[in-house]
Design a protein around this ligand. Structure first.
Ligand code: DGY
Length: 328
């Protein structure tokens, strides 16, 4: 790769692995080397005059960001597969190419989804809490009975790359898989496509893997939770705002459904306080893609995208709006 120190690239957060050193060798690099996100105004100041920005899911890439980037900004590389934090049409109008990190994190996120699900139905997290609280216990045939996955039906909402990986793992656990895909049936998969209503009425486990869009915002609310089987559980490793959290907290408290496992929240890092009080929910702080190898692979994709646009002058394969290339 040709070094081009005339190109200023901003990285909006500390990231692990070799990515920073490699970016530093290729660009005039400005890293916000912190665990804390930049406030929006500070972010705008930082991106002014930059050619590329490596953003996080917590950075809002809207009209004000793109205006701040101005004529110099040519690429925004989001360190995530989800890009609901980015106004892609507006980026296209500004001639800014947007990229994400597809594929590399599908297996890790799917593994994590199964981990969360097992933790919920086999009461792993709850059992851990019992011991930490020094609750007196002894084994007995009735002690902390859970549910198994074998023979159950998994309903996947959003059969994209991550959803398909979850399906593959669930089959290995002996589950039947059905799916509801909001953008239509998926070809060449061995799973039955159903409507969301049928999925909710049939599945023992409802697992959410759809992107957050206007159509999926609060897709799962009070009515959808009431439509689920009373013994069913909900898993969300997609985006928090796909679920109406207050409605979910009520449904869990009133045992409308049996449980939930959540890795994502609508107002991260805040968690709906009622959820924290409930035993039939497993909560984790957005860990789905968090392994060393996956962070390295995400960094590699971001580096590749920034280099493609800024050094090689070509459109990267992971561009979400290739039509923006050369438009700025
Ligand atoms: C993603 O990639 O969208 C994750 O949620 C952030 O790692």
């Amino acid at each position: 790769m040709t070094a081009d120190t005339g190109n200023r690239v901003v990285v909006t957060r500390r990231i692990p692995g070799s990515t920073i050193a490699r970016l530093d060798a290729a660009f005039d690099l400005d890293v916000h080397d912190s665990e804390d996100p930049l406030e929006h105004q500070a972010l705008l100041e930082r991106v002014r005059g930059s050619a590329g920005v490596l953003t996080m899911v917590s950075d809002r890439v809207d009209g004000s960001f793109l205006d701040a980037g101005g004529d110099t900004l040519r690429v925004v590389s989001n360190y995530a597969v989800g890009f609901d934090n980015i106004d892609v049409p507006s980026a296209t109008e500004h001639g800014v190419v947007v990229t994400n990190t597809p594929d590399v994190l599908s297996q890790a996120t799917a593994e994590f989804t199964l981990g969360l699900l097992l933790s919920l139905v086999r009461r792993v997290a709850e059992g851990d809490r019992v011991l930490r609280r020094a609750t007196p216990w002894k084994w007995s045939p009735t002690w902390m009975i859970g549910q198994g996955l074998f023979g159950g039906t998994l309903g996947i909402v959003g059969l994209g790359r991550i959803g398909r990986e979850v399906a593959r793992l669930a089959v290995a656990f002996g589950m039947d898989v059905i799916y509801a895909n909001l953008s239509g049936e998926v070809r060449d998969v061995p799973y039955r496509s159903v409507t969301l209503d049928e999925l909710l009425a049939t599945a023992d486990v409802v697992s959410l893997h759809c992107p957050l869009t206007d159509d999926t915002h609060h897709l799962i609310g009070a009515a959808e939770l009431a439509a689920m089987k009373p013994g069913a559980v909900l898993v969300n490793t997609s985006r928090g705002a796909v679920v109406d959290e207050p409605a979910l907290a009520h449904a869990l408290r009133d045992r409308v459904i049996a449980g939930a496992a959540l890795d994502v929240f609508e107002r991260e890092p805040e968690v709906q306080p009622e959820l924290l009080e409930l035993e039939n929910v497993v909560l984790t702080p957005h860990l789905g893609s968090g392994t060393d190898a996956i962070r390295e692979a995400m960094g590699e994709l971001c580096l590749g995208a920034l280099s493609a646009v800024l050094v090689e002058g070509r459109c990267p394969a992971n561009a979400l709006n290739p039509e923006a290339m050369g438009r700025g």
